[in-house]
Design a protein around this ligand. Structure first.
Ligand code: PLI
Length: 459
């Protein structure tokens, strides 16, 4: 692998956390005890943890200094005002409602903006987002471009909305039956694929024509902005902050999981421009989260978030971030490992259909692949396929997503390129004996968001 194309870490390491490597026999017992679900493995038993990039970020010295500046007043904390100012300046929205994390914001938005029976089009789904939409009577409709469902197709901006699909939905059901458009930047379940500025502009134009609101899922908006700067004509000379600002100019508000691009371990928020919607959100936040001036976060958490959001827009940071992920992807590709292409912003996704062609989707190939990767190497990853997709709430039938994947998710500022090499070696070793990976069946299946706590046994 040629390191020249990949920038060195743009930071010095000031604190370290020791990790341990246990034996294969120990791991065999651990994964059995965990019901072949990597969510149920204790963190202490993991060597390199690529379960998620959510809340696993390393904070900077400046953020830790901010933690000491926490104003833990029940109401009117100065850290809230700092966060509010920062988000207003960087995102350009009028109002912000803090929440304990992203799904808190999704809960509020779904309650105040969906009438039962209304449709909620989105560029592929995210688990918690769709859960809250459906719980509030919304009908989720996937309007992402078809290419996003094809793991092997290497085209830019696979996260774009297909405008024809959106138009068809409006024609069929009428604009009044669309709650709002949910546009995720980037699209997690599609492989961390970005959305182009051109698409945001066009979706906005169409939505305006019909008076439909657009809410962005802003969770990985800074990573999305990097792809726009790198690949979209006219943006090479713009700063990341300028690009992020323009992106949100095409939205009426957003939900945000701060645990990703705000470079913190906890927190989230909901934004909107509409005053009336803001009043409704404020009334609801006190019931579910806390006062409108903390919403489930401590003062110190809001301070770290305000500082982290600004840091994430530094070009050296975000370039290293996205390219480190790409480095792992390129490494795997060169070794002939089937992955989703192009490599997205936060993770490399193994294509379990091609990795385990001897298993059908009902044998949970991605779930088993993740379990076997842990067994072989102590590397923890996550299933993103049929188990994550869950069941149709009406019919009880499994959703059968085209993408059956294992996500190797890179925490921000935590691991080095050498860690990426070790992960690649582990995946390559497993690939050589892939025919030994066995299918799984449920021994326990929770009704909601089953992937978090489900248990399996080998067939
Ligand atoms: O985990 P939360 O509640 O802070 O955020 C929920 C959430 C919303 N949107 C998107 C695109 C996400 O990726 C997301 C959370 N993602 C997790 C936990 C993940 O592992 O990807």
């Amino acid at each position: 692998m040629n390191y020249d194309n990949f920038p060195a870490e743009p930071f010095r390491i000031k604190a370290v956390e020791t990790v341990k490597m246990n034996t294969r026999d120990e791991r065999a017992q651990i994964i059995r005890d965990a019901g072949y679900n990597t969510f149920l493995i204790n963190s202490e038993d993991v060597y390199i943890d690529l379960l998620t990039d959510s809340g696993t970020n390393a904070m900077s010295d400046r953020q830790w200094a901010g933690i000491m500046m926490g104003d833990e007043a029940y109401a009117g904390s100065r850290n809230f005002f700092h966060l509010q100012e920062t988000v207003q300046e960087l995102f350009g929205f009028k109002h912000i409602v803090p929440t304990h994390q992203g799904r808190g914001a999704e809960n509020l938005l779904s309650q105040i903006h969906i009438k039962p029976g209304q449709y909620v089009p989105g560029n592929m789904y995210f688990t918690t987002t769709r859960y809250h939409q459906e719980r509030n009577g919304g009908i989720f409709v996937d309007v992402i471009r078809d290419e996003a469902h094809d793991a092997q197709l290497n085209v830019p901006f696979k996260g774009d909305i297909d405008l024809a699909k959106l138009q068809r939905l409006i024609d069929e059901h009428g604009a009044e039956n669309i709650a709002y458009i949910c546009l995720a930047v980037t699209v997690n379940m599609a492989g961390g694929q970005p959305v182009s500025m051109k698409n945001m502009r066009e979706v906005h134009k169409l939505a305006r024509q019909y008076g439909i609101d657009i809410f962005f899922d802003a969770t990985r908006c800074v990573e999305n902005a990097f792809f726009i700067k790198e690949q979209e004509k006219g943006y090479a000379d713009k700063t990341i902050a300028e690009i992020v600002h323009e992106m949100f100019s095409y939205a009426d508000g957003c939900t945000m999981s701060g645990k990703k691009d705000c470079l913190v371990n906890i927190g989230g928020f909901l934004c909107m421009n509409d005053d009336e919607l803001f009043e409704q959100a404020k009334e609801l936040v006190v019931a579910y989260e806390g006062m409108p001036s903390y919403g489930g976060m401590a003062g110190r958490d809001m301070e770290a978030m305000a500082i982290g959001l600004r840091e994430s827009m530094q070009f050296d940071y975000i370039r290293h971030r996205v390219l480190q992920v790409r480095y792992l992807g390129e490494n795997l590709k060169q070794a002939g490992i089937p992955i989703i292409e192009p490599v997205g912003g936060h993770a490399v996704f193994l294509d379990a259909r091609r990795f385990c062609p001897h298993l059908n989707q009902e044998q949970f190939p991605a779930q088993s692949l993740a379990a076997n990767l842990y067994l072989e190497s102590g590397v923890r990853s996550m299933e993103r396929g049929i188990v994550s997709a869950g069941r149709d709430p009406k019919t009880g039938e499994n959703h059968y997503p085209k993408l059956e994947t294992v996500r190797l998710t890179i925490p921000r500022r935590v691991y080095t390129y050498r860690h990426m090499d070790v992960v690649a070696e582990a995946v390559v070793n497993l690939f050589r004996k892939r025919d030994q990976i066995r299918g799984l069946r449920f021994v326990y299946e929770p009704k909601q968001l089953r992937f978090f706590t489900a248990r399996f046994e080998e067939i």
